[in-house]
Design a protein around this ligand. Structure first.
Ligand code: AMP
Length: 284
């Protein structure tokens, strides 16, 4: 590790971040990258801390990507607080916050998109058509701008991880991807910027997802369960407090349903409370 640069810098211009990083790269500095939509919580910060540990330079982006929201979704009201984000990022040792305007990222004549075909259509892709196309496109654009050695994604968005990992392999992208564990509130609820939409009471209720997943983990250790039985158990538990969108028990890389719970599997849940859609998962 070389010495760190003195203070964090906020950069809005694409040409400037490229210039600075190109100069640092030519001096042999390694670059870690954490893409976010801001309104930071400890989940985001755990990714930043890991990047600071692994790399000479850490870049975090804050960009609410309009292209991954459907017209009826919460793009406009998505929580934003860049001043707070900057203060949290600085405390974690982030070197550069890339905070571009929409026009800086998407020119008016933007026509090109990346689609990771079947993986984008299942699970969250079913109720959020176009979501992963928007995600893959912005991640590829940001990877081309930042050109990191390693970039960091959280397990909370596990399908996003699988989609991006496939894009990296299929398009031979020269970057390493590290998946980081889910950070939770004390109640067990997975941290999410969208938790800020919920009342205290509903946040508590929403922790039912994690409690159901924890019970499932214990049950799997005690007994042989068929995936259908396990799914029914989780659906019934979560449905006591929330509207369940899906519960699936899946192969870790193909995201296809398993017919037997053996080896490591992913249990993924999406559910709504007070109109807020939350996702969570465990690997067992
Ligand atoms: P977002 O700002 O929601 O797009 O998230 C940016 C990154 O932070 C993504 O890689 C997420 O998976 C990750 N992330 C979000 N919530 C958590 C969490 N609770 N624990 C760990 N990583 C998270």
């Amino acid at each position: 590790m070389t010495t760190k640069i003195l203070s964090m810098q906020l950069i809005k211009k694409l040409s400037l971040i490229k210039k600075i990083l190109s100069s640092l790269r030519s001096k042999g500095r390694s670059i870690g990258f954490v893409p976010t939509m801001g309104y930071l919580h400890d989940g985001h910060l755990s990714l930043c801390r890991q990047s600071v540990k692994d790399n000479d330079i850490t870049v975090m982006s804050v960009f609410v990507n309009s292209k991954q929201f459907a017209p009826d979704e919460d793009f406009k009201k998505y929580p934003r607080d860049i001043r707070r984000d900057l203060s949290l990022a600085r405390k974690c040792g982030v070197d550069f916050v890339f905070y571009p305007d929409n026009d800086e990222v998407y020119t008016k004549d933007h026509l090109t998109y990346v689609e990771v075909e079947s993986l984008s259509k299942i699970l969250c892709g079913r109720t959020r058509p176009g979501h992963f196309k928007g995600v893959a496109t912005i991640v590829l654009k940001l990877l081309n701008i930042i050109q990191p050695d390693i970039f960091y994604l959280g397990q909370k968005d596990y399908q996003q991880y699988v989609v991006i990992n496939k894009m990296i392999k299929d398009l031979n992208l020269p970057v390493r991807l590290k998946l980081m564990p889910i950070v939770r509130e004390t109640s067990g609820l997975a941290m999410s910027s969208r938790n800020s939409y919920l009342s205290k009471e509903n946040r508590e209720k929403a922790s039912i997802i994690y409690r159901a997943l924890q019970k499932a983990r214990i049950l799997v250790k005690l007994n042989e369960f068929k995936p259908t039985e396990m799914k029914d158990f989780i659906v019934d538990t979560v449905a006591k407090k929330m509207q369940v969108e899906y519960v699936e028990i899946l192969d870790l890389s193909s995201l296809q349903p398993v017919n037997k719970i053996t080896g490591r599997v992913l249990i993924a849940v999406a559910a709504r409370i007070a109109g807020v859609r939350l996702i969570d998962n465990v690997i067992i």
